[in-house]
Design a protein around this ligand. Structure first.
Ligand code: NDP
Length: 447
């Protein structure tokens, strides 16, 4: 066992939570600990402040019951949470997820990652995550509204424009943000930017919807340029059919790529010639209606393969944009065997440990989510500053700000991760995020 392994081992054996019931959190902590513990050990201030030990323990976890009435007049009961990770560099910031798989482990891992991601943006944003085990599948519009209002009745006392600013995540899009914001505003009795991802007519930002997916592609462009290549003519496989996946697809197509696959939990939509803008917009429309993508119109020359994943299409570039731990070691091996040169994470922690190890050993360019998908929270940060300034930036202005933030993140990550002519993006992103957090935590004393 080398020195770094020993440090990580010692750190992981003294975690302030039950590791058996927090497998996702352990996985995320291990990934970051492996990269940053040597940095912490070699900096007397960081070491004395026990920065990482403090960061694995969130500032606060709010947990609450959400009782609401369904369409049949029956009372439904769900659980809601907000994990407020760190406020050291700005108000807590991170999405809300509504999905039956949501639990404290998932939200703690996401909040922990979010602290590092937000630090990487260079903006004054702390880290948080929240959500509920509510399943919106099959629920009517009125039920969704009632659930959002009941959820916000419990969450409102803990958020606000300078305190904690939630945004969307899985199953929380513009519609849900509208209901959540209305409920917050009514309870708070003021208008303020307490949520981001709002509609353009009431304080939202241009490009927030597109930002995460576009940002993934902007970041990957830089990584490809480092290898003297580009998206042009490349085969790109993307998992998911949601906000991140479809906007990554649109931007990749704009840059001349052939997007050969999108997917959902029931299978993959494959198109050897490359999906068109129209085809991706059809996928977006199907998702918006809660419909499947298994019956593509003939004009799109696409085939739906039930149970398939996008990873056996021999892509040059893989963009997992669906959910955590969606891509395992076998799938990673399929990508490697198919000649994949780069994988960039649109989703948060979409790779299992085995998959990440396989990519590292095969020397495949691997860009972690905290760097690649930071464009979403970055434009949320721009939405917050537009709300504070009572101003509105046009789409071109926001898009060029997003591009320049993604360029800056690439520069920060590359500085920490460069090793000869290769860049270790995983290590670079962890160290760059950690350093910014550590400086702020040390400067503010023991809290
Ligand atoms: P959406 O709810 O818009 O879409 C998620 C999609 O992923 C769903 O359509 C779902 O399919 C599909 N999916 C879930 N699991 C799988 C799987 N195993 N294989 C294939 N498809 C699957 O979510 P977002 O696009 O907003 O978020 C996706 C990921 O990106 C999440 O990890 C999120 O945390 C992350 N992210 C999102 C940001 C944002 O701005 N939205 C910002 C940063 C990160 P089905 O319809 O069948 O359930």
């Amino acid at each position: 066992m080398n020195r770094r392994d020993a440090l990580t081992h010692a750190f992981l054996s003294d975690l302030p939570f039950d590791t058996d019931s927090h497998p996702n959190l352990v996985q995320a902590v291990e990934d970051i600990a492996r990269a940053v513990l040597t940095v912490e050990k070699n900096n007397a201030d960081f070491a004395a402040a026990r920065v990482l030990r403090r960061l694995v323990d969130p500032d606060q976890i709010v947990s609450f019951r959400v009782a609401w009435e369904d369409a049949n007049g029956e009372v439904q009961v769900n659980r809601g949470w907000r994990v407020q990770g760190s406020q050291a560099i700005g108000p807590y910031k991170g999405g809300l997820r509504f999905h039956p798989s949501v639990n404290e482990d998932i939200l703690r891992f996401l909040a922990f990652e979010q602290c590092f991601k937000n630090a990487l943006t260079g903006l004054p944003l702390g880290g948080a995550k929240g959500g509920s085990d509510f399943d919106p599948t099959g629920r009517s519009e009125a039920e969704i509204m009632r659930f959002c209002q009941a959820f916000m009745r419990k969450l409102a006392p803990f958020i606000g424009p300078d305190r904690d600013v939630p945004a969307g995540d899985i199953n929380v899009g513009p519609r849900e943000i509208g209901y959540l914001f209305g409920a917050w505003r009514e309870q708070a009795g003021i208008y303020g930017g307490a949520l981001t991802g709002k509609g353009l007519s009431y304080g939202g930002s241009e490009m927030r919807v597109e930002a995460t997916g576009f940002g993934v592609v902007y970041f990957t462009q830089h990584a490809l340029a480092e290898q003297n290549t580009s998206f042009d003519g490349k085969r790109v496989a993307i998992s998911g059919k949601g906000n991140v996946a479809t906007h990554a697809a649109i931007k990749a197509i704009d840059l001349g790529a052939r997007v050969v696959a999108l997917s959902d939990t029931s299978g993959a939509l494959i198109c050897e010639d490359g999906l068109s803008h129209d085809a991706v917009q059809w996928v977006q429309a199907q998702k918006a209606q809660g419909a499947g993508i298994d019956t593509p119109p003939a004009a799109y020359c696409a085939t739906f393969k039930p149970g398939a994943t996008p990873w056996d299409t021999e892509p040059d570039i893989a963009l997992p944009c669906a959910t955590q731990n969606e891509l395992d070691g076998d799938m990673a091996q399929t990508l490697i065997d198919g000649g994949c040169l780069c994988l960039a994470e649109g989703a948060n922690m979409p790779l299992t440990d085995d998959a990440a190890t396989a990519l590292r050993e095969a020397d495949i360019l691997h860009i972690p989510g905290k760097a690649a998908n930071a464009g979403g929270v970055a434009v949320s940060g721009l939405e917050m500053s537009q709300n504070s300034h009572r101003r509105f930036m046009d789409a071109d202005t926001v898009d060029s700000a997003l591009q320049s933030i993604m360029t800056d993140i690439h520069t920060r990550v590359a500085e920490e991760g460069r090793n000869g002519d290769r860049i270790d993006y995983v290590t670079g992103a962890n160290i760059a995020g950690y350093r910014r957090l550590a400086k702020a935590i040390v400067a503010q004393g023991i809290l």
